[in-house]
Design a binder for this molecule. Structure first.
Ligand code: AMP
Length: 551
């Protein structure tokens, strides 16, 4: 498939509004692709380059991309930024700039999607000190071969932000229709292997190939997530439930084969380098090849320490030994997804738990209380808080492990705290001694896959935190006007507030009273932020409790 055909397909989809129409367009393309093209197309159409299990990054931020675009279009990087500000979209700006270029030189080479993919892989593979320059050079060559329309989508893919509204659900359905396979099997295979490109390749082979997928060691599986709920609600619905402490640390997934072990973070990044001590403990905890799911906490004199201490260790690249001495990390394992070649995610939780207890040293397995008595569970909750944990998790004993889903089978119970996890989409430069960093931030919630501005946050930051946040954001600026900048949304803040109010100031229709930065949630990505629906829900609950108080 030519990259030009792919670009035309994107253009067609971009002009559609109905989801079913999108599924139809994609479903018609898939059967005509070769086995090599199929996974590439599937990832590209979702704005991805790498499989979801891979933490590999292209390493081209907006700043490098603009530099390369400027070179190809024969203008300065600043002029590229002006153009992007004017069009409001990187893709459209690149398209317009390349169309001027092609009036001068019309000689581009036909690009195949597999060529583009291979070139992107070699760009990603460049590391080391001189790599930035080399990367820019490679992007220049690639863009130099692109027609204006191709440039539009190439630029967006390089930022892994295609913006044509195609989500994983639509592609799953398109795969099911295109290859006449059961959509539940497509979803099942995706849960196990976490790469829709590969799932499409299997779907083409047939239903059995999808049914037989196995989790692969060292390809991390998405983490199962939790919803909010209540103890009586869970007991009423399910009778007996399993209660565990909710540890306030960092989620991990541990993969072990023989003597080799790796740790992955909640965002599926390989954090093994930073955690040799935890890997050592877990390697020694079982003789089997396993995948374990758990939470690692930091402790001092037997009591849990704040979550930040753990995150600091996860991020650590240097002086690991020194950091180990300062903070003791303890893994708490609460699930097992794989043993010795067998995938366990479809088994009921009770069965997985039985194996976990049999296979892994008890010391690292999170204790559990199984009961249908709200009093007993209430006591566990109080014990958890007294021991310095965040609360408890209630789990449905008969439920499978559903990777990546925030279902009703895991419910978190913790004291009501008024904080929201929100994406950072813009900022304003600071003033006075803070003029070299961003001073106030525009944060957004999500609704149907779109980011909706909700509030500004300007307080709660220390000078170190502002410097750290500036460092993380400076290469993701996509546009600027005066003191205002907009970012490619990547970073998540936990924001505290006193009250939710209805307000027309921001698009979300709500405003936060006394918004305050609490902490950086760099274990979360922007797909995991608060939804507009849950904010509406909070507002309802808040107004109900206010009414109850007034009565
Ligand atoms: P939240 O981040 O508030 O959505 O809560 C869910 C998170 O709690 C999970 O992603 C885990 O990182 C963490 N957690 C702590 N203890 C447990 C546990 N026993 N079972 C499952 N998740 C846990």
């Amino acid at each position: 498939m030519l990259f030009l055909e792919f670009s035309r397909c994107c253009e067609e989809i971009e002009n559609l509004s109905g989801r079913l129409d999108m599924i139809d367009v994609i479903g018609r393309v898939l059967p005509g692709l070769s086995p090599e093209e199929l996974p590439v197309f599937v990832r590209f159409i979702m704005g991805k380059i790498f499989p979801d299990w891979s933490a590999q990054k292209l390493g081209i931020g907006p700043s490098l991309l603009y530099e390369a675009v400027g070179y190809v279009a024969g203008i300065k990087k600043d002029a590229v930024i002006v153009k992007i500000n004017k069009t409001g979209d990187v893709g459209v700006a690149v398209e317009e700039l390349l169309s001027k270029k092609s009036q001068i030189s019309l000689s581009h080479q036909d690009l195949e999607i597999v060529d583009v993919y291979n070139k992107l892989i070699s760009i990603a593979a460049r590391g080391g000190a001189t790599s930035q320059k080399e990367k820019v050079r490679m992007v220049q060559l690639l863009l130099g071969d692109a027609s204006p329309l191709e440039g539009r989508y190439l630029a967006r893919i390089m930022l892994e932000e295609l913006r044509i509204g195609v989500g994983e659900g639509s592609v799953r359905e398109a795969i099911a229709t295109a290859f006449s396979v059961d959509s539940a099997l497509v979803e099942h295979a995706m849960q196990a292997i976490n790469d829709l490109g590969e799932v499409a390749r299997l779907a083409r082979i047939g239903q059995d190939a999808l049914r037989d997928v196995r989790i692969t060691l060292f390809h991390p599986v998405r983490m199962m997530l939790a919803q909010q709920g209540s103890i009586p609600g869970m007991v009423q619905e399910h009778g007996e439930v399993a209660a565990e402490f909710k540890y306030d640390g960092s989620r991990f997934q541990f993969h072990k084969k023989g003597n080799a072990g790796k740790m992955y973070s909640r965002r599926l990044e390989d954090v093994s380098g930073a955690l040799p001590d935890v890997i050592g403990l877990l390697l020694a905890s079982t003789d089997h090849d396993v995948i374990l799911d758990g939470e690692v906490i930091a402790t001092k004199d037997g009591r849990p320490m704040p979550f930040q201490s753990v995150l600091r260790r996860f991020r650590r690249r240097h002086d690991i030994a020194e950091a180990q001495e300062a903070i003791t990390l303890v893994p708490n394992v609460f699930d097992i997804l794989y043993i010795d070649g067998v995938t366990l995610i479809d088994l009921p939780f009770t069965d997985r738990r039985k194996r976990l207890v049999e296979m892994v040293t008890r010391q690292y397995v999170a204790p559990q209380v199984v009961s249908a008595d709200t009093q007993v569970i209430g006591r566990t909750y109080r014990d958890a808080l007294a021991a310095g944990h965040e609360g408890i998790m209630l789990k449905v004993p008969g439920s499978p492990y559903t990777p990546g889903q925030r279902g009703k089978n895991w419910i978190k119970i913790k004291p009501e705290v008024d904080t929201l996890d929100l994406a950072v989409i813009g900022a304003e430069w600071g003033e006075g001694k803070r003029a070299h960093v961003f001073g106030s931030f525009l944060v957004a919630c999500q609704d149907q896959g779109k980011l909706i501005p909700l509030s500004r946050v300007a307080t709660g930051f220390s000078d170190e935190q502002l410097a750290e946040v500036h460092d993380l954001l400076k290469d993701t600026v996509i546009s600027s006007a005066g003191k205002e900048v907009r970012f490619e949304p990547e970073l998540v803040f936990e924001v505290g507030y006193a009250e939710l109010q209805v307000s027309p100031t921001y698009e979300a229709g709500f405003a936060l009273r006394f918004p305050r930065f609490i902490r950086l949630r760099d274990d979360k990505d922007t797909t995991e932020i608060e939804t507009l629906d849950s904010i509406k829900d909070r507002y309802q609950r808040q107004s109900k409790s206010a009414q109850a108080y007034r009565k």
